[in-house]
Design a protein around this ligand. Structure first.
Ligand code: FMN
Length: 166
C-alpha cells in the first residue's frame, strides 16, 4: 500500500484504526469482582504511567457491555498475557463472565487472579479521566508479580510473538 495522510474524522475511522494498529502492543486481561461474580476484559491499551508513585493505566470503551462493571471497580488486576495464553485472551474478549476455561482465585481484596500470566499488577483505582469514547482508568499498583517468559503481542489486528533482532 502507498503512503496515506488524512485528518481523522467519522469517514476515516477504518484508516485511523489501521494506522493505530501499526503500533504493536502486548495483550492484557483486566479482572475485577462484581456483585454477580468475577468479570474480565481483554485490553491492549495498558500503559505504564509513573514509577513513584507506581501508576499504570488502561482505557475502557464506553460502548462495552462491561462498562458499568469496570467503571465501578475499586480494585482490579491487570494480567500481562504470556505467548501461550491466546486462547483465554480471545475468550475474555468475547465473554467476560465465563472463567471456566482458566485457573483463578480471589486475592485478599477480592480481585480475581489468573494463573500462568507473565506479569500481574494488582491495582486500586487512583483516578478516572473522560477521553472521548473511552474512559482512562489510572491505578495505583499495590502488588506486582512477574516471571521470565515471552509475551503475547498484538499488531495490525493480529496476534503474534516477539522476535529478538539482536
Ligand atoms: C486484542 C484486543 C484488545 C482490546 N483492547 C481493549 C481495550 O483496550 N479497551 C476496551 O475497552 N476493550 C478492548 N478490547 C475489547 C474487549 O475485550 C471486548 O471485546 C469489548 O469490550 C466488547 O465486549 P462486550 O461484548 O461485553 O460489549 C480489546 C479486544 C482485543 C481482542
Amino acid at each position: 500500500m502507498t503512503e496515506k495522510t488524512f485528518q481523522p474524522g467519522p469517514d476515516q475511522t477504518p484508516a485511523f484504526r489501521e494506522a493505530l494498529g501499526c503500533f504493536g502492543t502486548g495483550v492484557t486481561v483486566v479482572t475485577t469482582n462484581t456483585a454477580s461474580g468475577p468479570a474480565a476484559i481483554t485490553v491492549n491499551s495498558f500503559a505504564s504511567v509513573s514509577l513513584s508513585p507506581p501508576l499504570v493505566l488502561w482505557c475502557l470503551g464506553k460502548e462495552s457491555n462491561r462498562y458499568d462493571a469496570f467503571r465501578a471497580a475499586r480494585h482490579y488486576s491487570i494480567h500481562v498475557m504470556a505467548q501461550d495464553q491466546l486462547d483465554p485472551a480471545l475468550k475474555f474478549a468475547r465473554d467476560g463472565q465465563d472463567f471456566s476455561h482458566v485457573d483463578w482465585a480471589h486475592d485478599h481484596a477480592g480481585r480475581p487472579q489468573l494463573a500462568d500470566c507473565l506479569a500481574r499488577f494488582d491495582c486500586e483505582l487512583a483516578d478516572c479521566h473522560e477521553a472521548g469514547d473511552h474512559l482512562i482508568l489510572v491505578g495505583r499498583v499495590e502488588t506486582v508479580m512477574y516471571r521470565r517468559g515471552q509475551g503475547l503481542i498484538f499488531k495490525r489486528g493480529q496476534f503474534g510473538k516477539f522476535n529478538d533482532l539482536i
